[in-house]
Design a protein around this ligand. Sequence first.
Ligand code: DGJ
Length: 385
Amino acid sequence: MLAKKRGTYTYLFVFGILSLTLFSFKYAVEKYNAFYPAELWKDNNGVHINAHGGGILFHNGLYYWYGEHKIAGYEGNKAHVGVHVYTSTDLYNWTDKGIALSVDTVDTKSDIAKGCILERPKVIYNKKTGKFVMWFHLELKGMKYAAARSGVAVSDSPTGPFTFIRSLRPNKGAWAINAKDFHKKGVLSASTVTRKDLNGVRDPQKVDALNILGRDFKGGQMARDMNLFVDDDGKAYHIFSSEENSTTHIAELSDDYLSHTGKYVRCFVGMFMEAPTLFKTSEGKYYFIGSGCSGWKPNTARSAVADDLFGPWKRLGNPCIGEHAETTFDSQSTYVLPVQGKKDTFIFMADRWTPKNAIDGRYIWLPIYFEGGKPQIKWLDKWSL
Ligand code: DGJ
């Protein structure tokens, strides 16, 4: 009798262990020990990471990945939810920390009303104020890409919730440090320039002569694709596609990082660049990697180097090499990540957009090598640090 009972217990025990193993095997979340560019990238819940057009903050031993939360379908390119945040210690495995900044689902008149376009969010930490500051490209609901504004939000915690402060067009009433006399004199005549005047005009000098800078002097400069960069001295800079995307601006932020100081420079005048990224090497050189302008379709990346953020910038050409280098491996830059504790180790972060089903966008993370003072990026199916 006793032996029979013991047998039943043993059977139940073995059965229990087996079921538990099978259950955990089925639902176990993959642990990554490498990057797999363009593959689905699952978070701690086994869900593809939803942080497109993203950027990384490193704070107190943790990496925070902020990006656009997309939903399925073409409508998913608009902001229906907000900015998603994930954390990681090793850059391979990411834990979902939820929505850091939510769009306004109540007030349809809010600048960040659900259905607006909220792209390329980036977060930096301000040591003086102890606040986390988020900037992003904002297009007001129903206006397609006409508003060309920057939004700013703030939080006491890196995972949020971030509070939206305002949106604006940067540097209202301020001239770029390298603005020319003809820009300043031409403010009134420039006020009639429209996007149509740019149609087919690609000669940088002719583009500049239209004086879009002067047109927007009073109301503030257009700001679309963007990034943030904090220099070693704690000063922060906002880099964005301006002047109908024809010219890149690098603008200094105030000490609290919440506004622009009015000091800015125009770079790559008339060259139509998007997706700007900035990084700095230990020898004090500033590098730029960006893209051309072709909507969601990939194009050839561009790079440049400077000894000073305000220029002059020396163009270095396409940093990508090998097959599909001409389309940036079918992706577009979003951030260059300095790996902590590894001198001059940088990761090129890019998006492979899938506009028909926005949520399925893939992440292309590749190492940056330096060859003769130029950044170089090669395709790898799998790699680790
Ligand atoms: C390219 C930009 O880089 C993206 O962020 C997005 O604005 C698309 N254009 C929209 O077409």
